[in-house]
Design a protein around this ligand. Structure first.
Ligand code: CA
Length: 224
């Protein structure tokens, strides 16, 4: 059964109340904490399907907390942001948020986004891809020749995409559109950087094998 536990980190009582009410009505099992320290504690003792995270919290900043979280967790994070100009940061590379809603928002908007994210991460698929890869989409883990790869979230996203269709060449833009929540042309170079890192991680395991292929001026593929 799908984990329906949602952590709501929000210090404004009225907003938290509305969210909890809506989430319960939608069949979720929400837990509410008003602070980052409360969130740390909750995450330490329970596994959540997703986290709804306010940015301005009494004991710190939601962005910073998300970065901290991303060091060892892929749990989807939806930000509650007060200002439009925070949005770029939210889904930017360094924060690792999955989505956002801008205050004031309707509770329906939050649950719609939540459902969309949960649909995306559910549907576990373990597949064997011939070239020694195994992808566990639920845990967002990829093993190569039985070695578990230590991948950042973007590295995982890129490799998972390429492994879906070995031999198929994906352009940087296609990769961005699939992997980044807000694809931005100016970030295309970061695809190269991530691919480089993935390649060196694969080389650590199979130094002689050219698994990730660069198609100059076109894009990338994995060997089929
Ligand atoms: Ca707040």
């Amino acid at each position: 059964m799908m984990n329906k536990k949602i952590l709501v980190v929000e210090d404004e009582r009225s907003i938290a109340d509305t969210l909890i009410y809506t989430l319960e009505k939608e069949g979720f099992d929400p837990t509410r904490v008003p602070t980052i320290s409360g969130a740390r504690e909750a995450i330490g003792s329970s596994e959540f399907a997703a986290i709804i995270l306010d940015v301005g919290l009494p004991d710190g900043n939601g962005f910073e907390f998300c970065k901290e979280l991303r060091r060892n967790s892929n749990t989807p994070v939806i930000f509650l942001t007060a200002r439009n100009d925070e949005i770029d940061k939210v889904v930017g590379l360094e924060i690792g948020g999955d989505d956002y809603v801008t205050k004031p928002f309707s509770p329906r908007e939050v649950t719609a986004r939540l459902n969309a994210i949960l649909r995306r991460v559910s549907a576990p698929r373990k597949s064997s891809l011939g070239a020694g890869f195994q992808v566990d989409t639920e845990k967002r883990r990829i093993t190569f020749n039985d070695v578990s790869l230590k991948l950042s979230r973007y590295e995982y996203g890129i490799l998972e995409l390429l492994l879906n269709r070995p031999g198929q060449v994906y352009s940087r833009q296609q990769i961005m559109e699939h992997v980044w929540e807000t694809p931005d042309m100016s970030l295309e170079r970061t695809v190269d950087t991530h691919v480089k890192t993935i390649r060196s991680k694969l080389k650590d395991i199979e130094p002689k094998d050219e698994i990730l292929i660069t198609h100059r001026g076109i894009g990338y593929s994995v060997k089929d």
